[in-house]
Write a protein that binds this ligand. Structure first.
Ligand code: G6P
Length: 616
């Protein structure tokens, strides 16, 4: 949540404002209700900030033309204080010499603010962040240098922070610090240093990166970084690593084709990303699988789409002979699981690896109950990876669209692979079945490709659904994960109220809303639930619902009682049908995209949402 981008360089004639604005635009998926830039310019700080999206704020080059030598910018997702100009970052201290941007939450900001007000500080915003600026101001006044002032300040602040601090009187460096909010550094040795909330922000500028750890503070100079521990104060020796993914990953083009939105570009990446996921070395899964099989109680936890991937995954792992797994939303974990038995294990799923609730659940299970942690994460080096005993990195690559889609597809695939590896290592299902499942899993790449080729039908149905205010999604068994993901996607990117229900449960409430013309989407692959689904379709139809069904290419029965169908070219085998979540969810993700653009909305940046939810 919130994007930070800063730059310090010794290159002459650098367009600092433009570079910062471009970096912020690459981070806009993290928050987009206001933005601003502060730069040091000949012994003073220049500040420009406003509410709104960066492109609007930068009309006539207002941000690009800010004069200065180095500086920092911020794109905000409001937590403390409305998204208005005075709450936009950067914030300045009373002297106007210190500028700061912050991602995270200062939990004790009210007490700190009260004390600072009593000591005569003038607050210009309602944010928690502003306490940082005034505390740093006080430490500077006491004679500390900028780095030590930041260290003293973060020691007083409880909570999470990624902060960048500039000072008008220190023209040759800036300071960054981090705890529980991401902050990464990019370096062109001897020339330029960048700091950002995420690597794609500086990928067009450099591939040399350092991921700052919790409780670290760094001095950034042009092309040079010094890192210190906040508590022990010692200088650390950390070398940059080379980022392996391509710049394309963070742009709207793919294989030379330019897409209008990240969401559709990333949906087009799905076939290839599944292929890469399926091809990861099987032995990479062994530690993960052993930990699951050795545990006495296994939980799986996540938020949003990652949680729905978790629901599909827990089912697959158990079906393959792994243990029964309890799924708990990460935001509920601490409250719903007051006790973990000895030898418990938590599988955490997250695209960003930074979701605050996921991290809280994991830390609670690990620190309080000594549970082992296995995580499936898309972002290398993210916080979650640091709290885990075993990590499986998904192959989705950078995902920029706020509503996750390709990450979901690779998460489900990765969890299925874990189930199959457990089956292989523990002979829980026959070798022949493992082979059939593996073939089916690999085929989901081709099936999603085929769905893209034949997307006309999905577009047509999108046109029929776009004007409804409410849509139900019904499914049974593992397909419920696809229905939940489809309902979430439609809600997020097309602002349609949706509910996904277990089809059998629909009689216990949802059916009361059914009247002539109410749209109900059934996810109905021909699995063991199929005959019961026929009954559920009939119940809805006979009360006037308009039925849209996701079925197999050869389906007859549900097709004959549905008003519209989208047919998925599954392979003709039980194993392919058991592996249906990704193709079914993919169809629904595409449909949500088409409805969003037909309604003239921005599918990449839905209102009020942010991609990386780093607040609880
Ligand atoms: C946000 C995003 C969702 C995502 C969820 C969990 O709500 O908009 O797309 O599924 O966070 O994020 P994570 O990074 O933990 O998977």
């Amino acid at each position: 949540m919130c994007g930070i981008f800063g730059i310090i360089s010794n290159k002459s004639n650098l367009e600092v404002g433009k570079l910062i604005r471009e970096g912020l635009e690459r981070l806009e998926y993290r928050g987009y209700d206001s933005a601003g830039i502060a730069v040091v310019n000949n012994g003073a700080i220049e500040l420009r900030k406003k509410s709104g999206r960066i492109a609007d704020i930068n009309k006539n080059g207002w941000l690009d033309s800010i004069p200065g030598q180095f500086g920092v910018g911020h794109t905000r997702w409001a937590t403390h204080g409305k998204p208005v100009q005075h709450n936009a970052h950067p914030h300045l201290d009373c002297t106007g010499k210190i500028g700061i941007v912050h991602n995270g939450i200062v939990e004790n900001y009210q007490d700190l603010r009260k004390e600072l007000l009593l000591r005569g500080h003038d607050f210009k915003s309602d944010t928690d962040t502003e306490v940082f600026t005034h505390l740093i101001e006080e430490f500077i006044a006491k004679g500390f240098d900028l780095k030590d002032s930041v260290i003293q300040t973060v020691k007083k602040c409880r909570g999470a922070y990624g902060v960048v601090v500039i000072h008008a009187d220190t023209p040759d460096y800036m300071i960054v610090a981090r705890k529980e909010s991401p902050l990464v550094l990019g370096i062109i040795p001897g020339e330029s240093t960048y700091c950002a909330s995420d690597i794609p922000a500086f990928l067009p500028l450099t591939r040399e990166a350092i991921i700052l750890d919790d409780d670290e503070v760094a001095i950034l100079k042009p092309g040079e970084v010094e890192i210190y521990g906040v508590h022990e104060g010692k200088k650390k020796n950390i070398s940059p690593f080379e980022v392996s993914y391509s710049i394309d990953a963070a742009q709207k083009s793919l294989d030379g084709v330019q897409f209008p939105w990240y969401m559709i570009k990333e949906l087009h990446e799905v076939p290839q990303k599944i292929k890469e996921q399926v091809q990861i070395p099987q032995t990479d899964l062994d530690g993960f699988c052993k930990a699951i099989m050795d545990a006495d109680h296994v939980f799986i936890t996540a938020a949003g789409s990652s949680y729905y991937a978790a629901l599909a995954g827990k089912f697959q792992i158990t079906r393959c002979g792994g243990p029964y797994i309890d799924a708990v939303l990460c935001s509920e974990f601490v409250d719903l699981v007051p006790k973990l038995s000895k030898n418990s294990l938590v599988i955490a799923i997250s695209q960003s690896g930074e979701t605050a609730d996921t991290i809280e659940a994991v830390r609670y299970a690990r620190d309080k109950w000594n549970a082992k942690i296995c995580s499936i994460v898309n972002v290398v080096g993210s916080s979650l990876t640091r709290y885990s005993d075993h990590v499986l990195i998904t192959t989705a690559g950078p995902e920029i669209a706020v509503a996750s889609q390709k990450a979901f597809c690779t998460q489900v695939t990765a969890l299925s692979l874990i189930g199959l590896r457990i089956a292989e290592l523990h002979n829980t299902i026959s070798k022949n079945e493992v082979t059939m499942y593996k073939e089916a899993l690999a085929a989901t790449s081709k099936i999603t490709q085929q769905i893209l080729v034949e997307q006309g039908k999905i577009k047509e149905i999108a046109g029929k659904l776009m004007d409804f205010e409410n849509v139900y999604f019904l499914a049974r068994g593992i397909s419920s994960a696809a229905a939940l993901e489809g309902a979430l996607k439609l809600k997020e990117v097309a602002y349609i109220h949706t509910e996904a229900y277990a089809a059998g449960e629909s009689k216990h409430g949802p059916i009361a809303l059914i009247e002539d013309g109410f749209p109900v989407i059934f996810v109905s692959p021909p699995d063991e639930t199929y005959d019961r689904m026929i009954g559920n379709v009939m119940e809805m139809k006979s009360r006037g619902a308009v039925v849209y069904s996701i079925v197999s290419a050869t389906d007859e029965k549900i097709t004959s009682i549905s008003d519209y169908t989208i047919r998925i070219p599954f392979l003709d085998s039980k194993y392919a049908i058991d592996t249906c979540v990704v193709p079914c969810a993919f169809v629904l993700q595409l449909m949500a995209y088409f409805i969003s653009i037909k309604k003239g909305l921005d599918p990449d940046k839905p209102r009020n949402l942010a991609k990386s939810v780093t607040v609880k």
